[in-house]
Structures are given as C-alpha cells and as structure tokens.
Design a protein around this ligand. Structure first.
Ligand code: FMN
Length: 188
C-alpha cells in the first residue's frame, strides 16, 4: 500500500578524509532522494568516527551508537557508501554496519525487505568490483534488498570537489541508485 508519510532514507558512509569523496558521493545520492520527496539523514564521517567498536552490550553502545540503531530502525531505505580498502569494505563503515546486530530481535529483523543503494569509491576498478560484491553480501545477510544498480566510482582522478561531482555519468548513477531506493521505499 502506498505510504502517505515521507519515506525516511538513511545515508551511511564516509572515510576519515575531511574532503571524503565517498561521503560527497553519498550526499549527492541522498539529495536526489530528498528531491524525490524523502526525509533524509546523513550519518557520515564525523559520527562514524565517534562510534566505539561495536560490542553486543547496550551499555557499551554509547550515545552515537544508540542514535545509529534508532535511525536504522526508522529507515524505509538506506544508501551505504564505502571506500574500497585492500579490496573490501573499510573497517570504519563495517563497524557502523555491525551495530545493525542490535535489531536482530526487533519485529523487523535487521533490514528485512529494506531497499539499499550501494556506493563504492576506490582508486582502481578491481577494488570497486570486489568491494561492491562484499557490500551486497553484507546486505543480503541482513535480509536487505540491494538495488539493481550499485554505483562504482573510480575516485583516483579527484572528481569530487566542494560537494560537486565533475563526472556527469557518476552523477547520473548516484541519482539512479537513489531513485531505485525510493521506488521500493515508497511502496513499503
Ligand atoms: C587503507 C587503504 C587501503 C586502500 N586500498 C585500496 C585498494 O585495495 N584498491 C584501491 O583501488 N584503492 C585503495 N585505496 C584507496 C581508497 O579506495 C581511496 O582512498 C578512497 O576511495 C577515497 O575515498 P575518500 O576520498 O572518501 O577518502 C585504499 C586506501 C586506504 C587508505
């Protein structure tokens, strides 16, 4: 049945780099979701860095961890963006994903049925492919639905500056991934 409330799309990702191209790509996709009518929130580098290593103890989650778990519980869709580090998802992003374990006993277990758009940056295509495949496996194990399009970005040429992407093709793909998340989020 079609929702009357705005779908809530959570963006999760970034790196320790203050001008992170991963986070800039995520912000562009999230803006497309907002333009299409979503309520959005970006859980980016600053909050990823504030998360303690995940441990399965509510007392150990910390304020940022508790905030993340509540955002995930509310989300009708997610956009997740990771750099390719040594051919796979970065520890910073994976640590945040580990917090989703807190939802294992919820009525909606993990990300059951939730559409998830995936974005990967790397400095070579090999890591783009392997990191995207790793992220898809993670999402499947959390019962989420990776969107058909995963956005792979070779960021070695410095195409992101001040929140703007100079590559028209990449912009188009980020927009399309957001649209695919929105299509399914709106019918949940
Ligand atoms: C620890 C580390 C490992 C990396 N491993 C790879 C790699 O295996 N393949 C690759 O193409 N790029 C690799 N890179 C480059 C990152 O993918 C690149 O820094 C990232 O996409 C840039 O994202 P940012 O601008 O958001 O920081 C690595 C970078 C770091 C810091």
């Amino acid at each position: 049945m079609k929702q009357t409330k705005k779908p809530f799309i959570l963006g999760l990702g970034g790196t320790t780099n203050p001008a992170s191209s991963t986070e800039q790509a995520l912000a562009i996709a999230l803006q497309s979701a907002a333009d299409a009518g979503a309520e959005t929130e970006l859980f980016g580098s600053d909050r990823l860095l504030a998360l303690p290593h995940y441990q399965s103890d509510p007392a150990g989650l910390g304020d940022t961890g508790k905030e993340l778990v509540e955002l995930v519980r509310r989300a009708d869709g997610l956009l997740i963006a990771s750099p390719g580090y040594h051919g796979t998802v970065s520890g910073l992003v994976k640590n945040a994903i580990d917090y989703i374990e807190e939802t294992a006993r919820d009525e909606r277990v993990y990300l059951d049925g939730v559409p998830i758009g995936l974005i990967v940056t790397a400095y070579g295509w090999q890591a783009v492919g392997s990191t995207l495949a790793a992220l898809r496996s993670i999402v499947h194990s959390l019962r989420g639905w990776p969107t058909p399009l995963g956005v792979g970005i070779n960021a070695s040429g410095g195409i992101f500056n001040d929140g703007i992407c100079a590559d028209a093709g990449v912009n188009e793909q980020l927009k399309l991934a957001a649209q695919q998340v929105m299509q399914r989020a709106e019918t949940r």
